[in-house]
Design a protein around this ligand. Structure first.
Ligand code: AMP
Length: 440
């Protein structure tokens, strides 16, 4: 028997409704702020990723790279920003109105060691705003991240904020840090000793306890920012305060990819264990140039959908989807079937979620299926009802049943289902609906 490849998973109908709604809700605040959908290929020329993150773990160890039949080296995208920037350069967005604001949702691929909250194929939603350096757009992007969590109803999220400086101040800081790391080499893990030379910033967020001890007194970037970076950071924090977005200073926060500048942030959730980052992002003013593009500063974030779903579960958050089936229709006897097929179609075309019994189930089996469907209302159409021009309308919660004219059956059932749903909602908002899935 075949199984899903290691580090991947299936989203089955029982969970796909919530999954879909969560994706959409996370991006809803960005939609309202004018971030339009962009779709880029799931694979790019390998060079796109090599250019942007040569010294990073993602690029060095985690990429799914392959040669196609034409001998091209391609890589499944480990993240979306590089591809979005490649598209922005290719299509000359710098010549149009700026900022160019886009959102995306899609699968990313990293050859990582799978564990809870870490997969080899996982979904990210994200936004990017290209073309302006204004601290107000940094604040907009960060705030849209915070609003995304509000929109899905996730409470326990902390926003960590830092500035990574820029090409004016970071190189000097990196040398200071490198000297510190060389002097502490004895207490560093092998990886951090290597990072000391290749990418010393990454040592700052090493999880190894001995490295963390060694780095407790390491110099922090915040104290080495040049004046423009300092001013930019101050303004971003001021806007966030004005927007009521809570943040925590995180002087050691660095991002895995090389192209980040200035504003850097991460959203963490307390209910997830080791993989506690639910999303992150930052400003990447040098990225366009590293892909041979024009100066095109940018800022964005990407959120991990699986981790957000796990976090929602850990908070016991209720899902509020629409019922899979609202009206269920049962034909009794072969003669009633044609009328039921058209009745169900009529309901669906009127916007009602409707379903019917297929196969020869008999009354008992059909009622069981009606119960399982979660419908508020069931219509039963027997051959005798048909002859009398009626259908039996049954309220599933009370069991009350009465005939309605067949010609009005769809409208009467739809109205009854809506009324029963509304009554349920006022009595017990959390438990009202079976919310397994959306049919669309
Ligand atoms: P990154 O591009 O590494 O900053 O990732 C952004 C977000 O994607 C993280 O905060 C996680 O929520 C999520 N993420 C990253 N890698 C994985 C993975 N291997 N599996 C699941 N989620 C991930």
């Amino acid at each position: 028997m075949f199984t899903a490849p290691k580090g991947t998973y299936d989203v089955l109908p029982e969970r796909s409704g919530r999954w879909q709604r969560t994706l959409e809700a996370l991006l809803a605040p960005a939609v309202r702020a004018g971030y339009r959908l962009v779709e880029t290929p799931v694979f790019e020329e390998t060079g796109v990723f090599l250019r942007v993150g040569e010294a990073t773990d993602v690029v060095q160890k985690e990429m799914y790279t392959f040669e196609d039949k034409g001998g091209r080296s391609l890589t499944l995208r480990p993240e979306a920003t590089a591809g979005v920037m490649r598209a922005a350069i290719e299509h000359h967005v710098d010549r149009g109105p700026l900022p160019w604001k886009v959102r995306y949702a899609g699968p990313m691929f990293r050859y990582e060691r799978p564990q809870a909250g870490r997969y080899r194929q996982f979904w990210q939603v994200g936004i990017e705003a290209l073309g302006v350096e204004d601290p107000a757009i940094d604040a907009e992007v960060v705030a849209l991240g915070a609003r995304a969590f509000e929109e899905v109803g996730l409470a326990g999220v902390t926003l960590l904020l830092n500035s990574m400086g820029d090409e004016a101040c970071r190189p000097a800081y990196i040398e200071t840090l490198r000297s510190y790391l060389r002097a502490s080499a004895g207490r560093l893990c092998a990886e951090c000793r290597a990072r000391t030379e290749t990418n010393p910033l990454r040592a700052l967020d090493c999880k190894n306890p001995s490295c963390q001890d060694a780095l407790a007194l390491a110099p922090v970037l915040a104290n080495h920012l040049c004046v423009p970076c300092h001013t930019h950071y101050d303004e971003v924090r001021g806007y966030l305060d004005a927007l009521g977005v809570a943040w925590v200073e995180a002087p050691r926060l660095v991002r895995g990819l090389d192209y980040y500048r200035r504003t850097t942030f991460e959203f963490q959730h307390g209910g997830l264990g080791a993989q506690n980052a639910v999303g992150g992002g930052g400003r990447y003013d040098g990225l366009s140039e590293s892909l041979e593009g024009p100066p095109l500063p940018g800022i964005g974030w990407s959120f991990g959908v699986e981790r957000i779903l796990l976090a929602l579960e850990s908070e016991g958050a209720e899902d509020t989807g629409r019922a899979v089936c609202e009206v269920y229709v049962i034909p009794l006897g072969a003669g009633a079937k044609p009328a039921v097929v058209t009745l169900v179609d009529e309901l669906r075309r009127a916007g009602v979620h409707a379903d019917m019994t297929f196969g020869d189930k008999g009354m008992k089996g059909a009622m069981k299926a009606a119960d399982r469907s979660g419908a508020q209302v069931t219509l039963i159409v027997g051959e005798r009802d048909l002859a009398e021009g009626v259908a039996q309308l049954k309220h599933m919660d009370t069991g009350e049943q009465y005939p309605v004219p067949l010609a009005e059956a769809a409208t009467r059932a739809a109205a009854a289902a809506e009324r029963d749903q509304a009554a349920d909602d006022t009595v017990d908002p959390g438990q009202a609906t079976e919310t397994e899935d959306e049919t669309e």
